[in-house]
Design a protein around this ligand. Structure first.
Ligand code: DAO
Ligand code: DAO
Ligand code: DAO
Length: 205
């Protein structure tokens, strides 16, 4: 992708390349049902990955398979999540009344369930350490961009509109967050498929 990509429902615009080396692999929409009554669009997201890292880590094992063969290949998506590949999930907030309190609650629900799935039961402390960083005075109006980046060594770096909020080293947390978008029950199924296909195509470029 060489031109900005626009998410059609929300108008959120994603640059094709991030941090010099990470390429946009696909975009999607995070919705949330409120009181079982209506669905709100919370944010549009784009997933970026360093194509050189992908080649370096995975070409040996998967290079013989075509991108189409790799799409939906469990081992491939598992290895994408497990390996030290620089990735960013960029969240473009579209819901105009997002409070830190609801971010915290949603985070405990979505990320919390993954922490439990991958890490067992005693992750309350890890979760609390994170959510306590979401200070009440932080504002995330419509149009805010939150970047969650997985850097070398499983360091998770969070920024809001380019301002760093914090960073922490946790393989489990990196994995749990990526699982929201690329795991078995992703927020946006179509996005997951597009992203996997593009990630696979980087093996051959
Ligand atoms: O206003 O009660 C409400 C609905 C809020 C829904 C919030 C969903 C939050 C999703 C996480 C956003 C992460 C940036
Ligand atoms: O969509 O359920 C979800 C969770 C996505 C990850 C949310 C990360 C929010 C980080 C916000 C930092 C604000 C200080
Ligand atoms: O202990 O170095 C530190 C500060 C940690 C701040 C972590 C805040 C970022 C939270 C990441 C949420 C990812 C969705």
């Amino acid at each position: 992708m060489s031109v900005p990509v626009v998410e059609s429902k929300t108008g959120a615009t994603f640059p094709p390349v991030l941090a010099d080396s990470q390429k946009l692999c696909g975009i999607g929409l995070r919705k949330k049902s409120v009181l079982g009554l209506k669905n709100i669009d919370v944010y549009a997201f784009g997933v970026y990955a360093d194509d050189n890292d992908i080649k370096k880590c995975l070409a040996g094992k998967f290079g013989k398979l075509s991108a189409l063969e790799l799409k939906g290949n469990k081992e491939f998506s598992e290895d994408l999540l497990e390996n030290d590949i620089s990735m960013t999930v960029s969240l473009h907030i579209v819901y105009g009344r997002l409070s830190i309190r609801s971010v915290r609650t949603a985070f405990e629900e979505s990320v919390g369930s993954r922490l439990q799935k991958f890490g067992g039961s005693d992750n309350k402390e890890l979760l609390q350490r994170f959510t306590s960083q979401f200070k009440d005075e932080i504002k995330i109006p419509r149009g805010s961009v939150i970047n969650l980046s997985r850097e070398k060594g499983y360091v998770l770096r969070t920024s809001i509109d380019g301002q760093e909020v914090g960073s922490i080293q946790s393989k489990l947390l990196c994995r749990s967050i990526l699982d929201l978008y690329l795991g078995e029950e992703p927020f946006d199924k179509q996005a997951k498929e597009d992203i996997e296909l593009n990630l696979a195509s980087y093996l051959h470029k």
